[in-house]
Design a protein around this ligand. Structure first.
Ligand SMILES: Cc1cc2nc3c(=O)[nH]c(=O)nc-3n(C[C@H](O)[C@H](O)[C@H](O)COP(=O)(O)OP(=O)(O)OC[C@H]3O[C@@H](n4cnc5c(N)ncnc54)[C@H](O)[C@@H]3O)c2cc1C
Length: 569
């Protein structure tokens, strides 16, 4: 079974569920009409199906290697990457002033979803470049922008993100890498970074590392960190890659999955770097990159959920076991039907959340309105954490649908499960995302959350006459969740954090049901989308009640078992 880009689904979601058309009423995106959207989705889909998906298995079986300090990429990756770069697909949302297409992040999000289904390991390369483009566009000097952006946008050079160190994982502020001024406007960057994705690549002319390090007068913690551009090869007077910088890939990690993506231990030994943004303002600059990457990583989960669903459905239609009517295949068994329909319903819901997130980013950019920016910020941790949780869960269900064949590598179902697992960990673990949701994203007292719940309830009200069995549970769930939010924002941080993962998932349940309802309404209240909505609302939405009960427990009893008790019981 080969991957088929879900163009019809994406088109339907954009036009009927997440109100992508609203962007066309803004000056910035007035020319992104239906024809442009269709052409972009169709062409990107074709590239994913025909060029990128075929390198997914070879990259899993023959991982990238390190030879004489340089990464040799997996078979077929170089050719597939060249097709991505030559087609202009590295970053379609990059600014037009530097050679980009200036398209909405929403279209980038749809493309990232498809590319992740096709080959997660390779897609990580352009994903990181996208984040770097955004960070440079927002924070770099004009000279750096003029030198680096066109090369990154065209895909001649690629970008990486260097935060993590052995002592600094989730706690980025603990990092020990140093930067000393060279006296000529450049800096000497020294330190070791671990887990650096695509720390080198043999299919680009230069690799541009964005590195977090501390200046001599940098305070301890995140407030004393600065951001530097440290290229593998120093650009010469013409901007071409020149002499090698003082940095190297020390080794590659052996991993559970994404074998095609080289995860590098990097050593910077007085490497020449250029400051990006303000001195000691590195975290603010890096956050631009991380926010972009968080939505992108959420899409990796969605892409894997889609690919796993396609494979499971194809197998369920083919495999015969037991006497059943209809097709005579296992899809007729109640439990297999439950699993496959769950995969469809969950993938639709989480894709809608990510696209709504992207529309909010674009509306914030196009209108400058704070409400849109607040919505984008609120939805980002949900897209990242729930997108990747669902990716993991659907990949596991996909294995189950295959029975024993799911555990055998040839089917590819197991690769999805191995590849997607890390998406719940990198770019800020899903626990850290949930903490962000209940702390920083609730500093408005819940205002952005309430504004979203108002829309959920208004849609449920509008559907009360025509689709009462769907509208009523959603309205009640939104009310329930609103009350939980009112309770949450009154609590101490420890109580919020204790229930934050449950809170994030409950929020995603309510939003998923809402987007399913909008799809059912757009279909006129009967048909397959309405059936899928009913499945989600009746069988998946009720989970929110148990989740809210966990949220309301706060930290009560969480520490009742001492560390000694945990070792004793
Ligand atoms: C394959 C791969 C690729 C990666 N690519 C990159 C990259 O390109 N660039 C880069 O800089 N990094 C990269 N990373 C690093 C990644 O972002 C980190 O692994 C991640 O941020 C978690 O840090 P850690 O591994 O040190 O885990 P830890 O921080 O040690 O976390 C361990 C556990 O403790 C929890 N925890 C930690 N602190 C808290 C807290 N304050 N409150 C509650 N729970 C907490 C975590 O949620 C987690 O469950 C990559 C990692 C992997 C595995």
């Amino acid at each position: 079974m080969t991957y088929r880009a879900p163009i019809a689904d994406l088109r339907f979601l954009l036009e009927h569920v997440v109100d992508f058309g609203k962007l066309r009423s803004t000056e910035l995106f007035s020319d992104v009409g239906e024809e442009v959207t269709d052409a972009i989705l169709t062409e990107a889909g074709k590239l994913c199906e025909e060029v990128i998906a075929p390198v997914n298995r070879p990259g899993d079986k023959t991982p990238s290697t390190l030879e004489n300090g340089r990464v040799r990429s997996a078979p077929g990756y170089a050719e597939a990457y060249r097709a991505i770069a030559e087609g202009g697909w590295v970053c379609v949302s990059a600014p037009a002033d530097y050679g980009g297409m200036g398209l909405p992040v929403t279209l980038q999000t749809a493309i990232n979803d498809m590319m992740s289904s096709a080959c997660l390991s390779l897609q990580l390369n352009p994903l990181l470049t996208q984040g770097q483009i955004e960070a440079l566009a927002a924070h770099a000097s004009d000279e750096i922008k003029a030198l680096y952006l066109p090369k990154l946008i065209s895909g001649e050079w690629s970008g990486t993100m260097n935060l993590t160190e052995p002592v600094a994982g989730s706690d980025v502020g603990a990092l020990t890498s140093k930067a000393e001024p060279n006296g000529d406007g450049t800096y000497a960057v020294t330190g070791q970074k671990i887990y650096i994705t695509w720390g080198d690549a043999d299919f680009v002319d230069n690799v541009c590392h964005l590195v977090l390090a501390r200046l001599p007068d940098g305070k301890p913690g995140t407030k004393g960190i600065s951001l530097f551009m440290v290229p593998r090869n120093l650009p010469d007077a013409d901007g071409a890659p020149g002499v090698a910088n003082s940095l190297k890939v020390v080794s590659l990690e052996h991993k559970l999955g994404i074998h095609g993506s080289p995860t590098c231990v990097m050593e910077f030994d007085g490497a020449t770097g250029w400051l990006i943004g303000e001195e000691h303002g590195g975290m603010a600059a890096m956050f631009t990159m991380m926010n972009n990457a968080r939505l992108g990583v959420g899409c990796q989960g969605i892409g894997i959920a889609e690919a796993a669903t396609q494979k499971a459905l194809a197998y369920a239609l083919e495999r015969k076991q037991g006497k059943v009517g209809g097709t005579g295949a296992i899809i007729e068994h109640a439990d297999v039907r439950r699993m496959v329909t769950t995969m469809k319903a969950e993938t639709f819901a989480v894709r809608a959340i990510a696209l709504a997130n992207a529309v909010a980013i674009d509306m914030g950019e196009a209108t400058g309105e704070e409400d849109w920016k607040a919505r984008a910020a609120l939805l980002t941790p949900i897209s990242k954490a729930h997108g990747t949780d669902i990716g993991h869960e659907m990949a596991q269900l996909g294995i189950q649908v295959h029975g024993g064949m799911g555990f055998i590598e040839e089917t590819g179902a197991a690769q999805f499960a191995r590849d997607v697992r890390v998406t719940q960990i990198y770019e800020g673990t899903n626990g850290i995302q949930a903490m962000d949701l209940v702390a920083r994203k609730m500093m408005d007292g819940g205002a952005a959350a309430y504004a979203l719940l108002d829309e959920v309830e208004a849609a449920a009200e509008a559907a009360r006459e025509t689709l009462p069995d769907l509208a009523r549970p959603i309205f009640n769930a939104a009310e329930n969740f609103r009350e939980a939010t009112e309770w949450l924002v009154e609590q101490e941080m420890e109580d919020r954090f204790a229930g934050c993962v449950a809170y994030l998932r409950a929020f995603a349940r309510v939003l998923g049901a809402h987007y399913h309802l909008l799809a059912a309404m757009a279909e006129g209240g009967s048909g397959p989308r309405t059936g899928l909505a009913r499945f989600f609302i009746k069988r998946i939405l009720p989970e929110h009640e148990a989740l809210i009960a966990q949220v309301r427990e706060g930290a009560v009893g969480l520490y009742d078992l001492s560390v000694e008790d945990l070792q004793a019981v």
